[in-house]
Write a protein that binds this ligand. Structure first.
Ligand code: TYM
Length: 325
């Protein structure tokens, strides 16, 4: 199987990104042909600081490696360095109805939240995402739940292309983790954990121990004292239980038993300790890698060369079918 996925280099990576996406990637690289991308063209669609973009790209490269991706086992590269991505996005736009782009939930939400950034780029965002995936003929796209609709659209676009011009593309499928596909904000447990939230709402994978403890202890919980999973009535505790379960490898049932009669404070203290311990190896690896910029650039350059060979070959097929060569 071929696997493709990516993350925007815009701010800190949080445990939602880790549990929803990267944790699966680390397992997939052992068995499949994997391509993982730093999608910088997607990061510049909403407000960003040009002077910080290169730093964010390197930080995300470090995060990929610290979380367990191995450049010997997968291809790691930066999207804007392989020009076929934007070229294919343009071509896919010519066969995609405007209505399909306008009905995307993320477009609707983001254009409402940031009307000043409701650009053509924001509307066309899923075309670039479709190009990312289709260029590498990926069968599987491991992502969190918020990206599922974009992958379904990618499938539709691939189908339409194959029908109109002849078979080139594989129809990809989203691969969502059973648990952890939508980690919620620590401050507003009915909203997704997000990089653009206030930092108290998320735990960065490189957060220092004191910060982790503070964020967990101040996480919004629900009235009552019983540590029990109940999405309707206890969204805050349910979210914390999900996170606890995924980092500890223990089922939610076992955790409910463990904290039976113990109350929220003890539960949160246990969870803070677990997260501090679980994220320690990431912090350590990051410290090591921060001093090795040349090594990081070398990985990205090798990744770019390998990605380019695949992308160019698909583009030749596409252009051939479309009468462009
Ligand atoms: P991005 O950068 O917003 O998020 C990266 C990955 O993290 C997942 N994720 C979450 N999972 C669980 N709980 C959460 N609270 C949470 N927040 C984020 C996302 O689902 C995603 O898997 N458009 C994409 C990037 C992209 C891409 C692609 C992905 C561009 N091209 C091609 C796959 C294939 C995005 O903005 O993800």
């Amino acid at each position: 199987m071929k696997v493709f996925s990516g993350i925007r280099p815009s701010g800190e990576l949080h445990i939602g990104n880790y549990l929803g996406a990267i944790k699966q990637w680390v397992e997939l690289q052992e068995k499949h042909e994997c391509v993982f991308c730093i999608v910088d063209f997607h990061a510049i669609i909403t407000a960003y600081k040009p002077e910080e973009l290169q730093k964010n790209i390197l930080e995300l490269t470090i995060a990929y490696l610290a979380a367990g991706l191995d450049p010997e086992k997968c291809i790691l590269f930066v999207q804007s360095e392989v020009k076929e991505h934007s070229e294919l996005a343009w071509l896919l736009g010519t066969i995609t109805p405007l209505g399909d782009l306008k009905r995307m939930i993320q477009f609707k939400e983001k254009s409402k939240k940031y009307p000043e950034h409701a650009s053509a780029g924001l509307l066309n965002y899923p075309l670039l995402m479709a190009a990312d995936i289709l260029l590498y003929k990926a069968d599987l796209v491991p992502v969190g739940k918020d990206q599922k609709q974009h992958i379904e659209l990618t499938r539709e676009i691939a189908k339409r292309f194959n029908k109109t011009f002849g078979d080139v593309f594989i129809l990809p499928k989203a691969l969502l983790p059973e648990a952890g596909q939508k980690i919620m904000s620590l401050q507003e447990p009915k909203k997704k954990m997000s990089k653009t939230d206030s930092p108290a709402g998320y735990i960065g994978i490189f957060d220092e121990p004191e910060k982790i403890k503070e964020k967990i202890m101040t996480a919004v919980t629900d009235s009552g004292k019983v540590v029990k999973y109940d999405l309707e009535r206890k969204p805050g505790i349910s979210n914390l239980l999900t996170i606890y379960s995924l980092f500890s490898g223990k089922t939610i049932k076992i955790l409910e038993k463990k904290f039976n009669g113990k109350g929220y404070y003890e539960f949160k203290m246990g969870m803070a300790l677990l997260l501090i311990e679980s994220l320690e190896k990431f912090r350590k690896k990051r410290k090591e890698l921060l001093a090795r910029e040349v090594y990081l650039r070398e990985i990205l350059s090798r990744g770019k060369n390998r990605a380019q060979v695949i992308a160019q070959s698909t583009m030749r097929e596409v252009k051939n079918k479309m009468g462009l060569i």
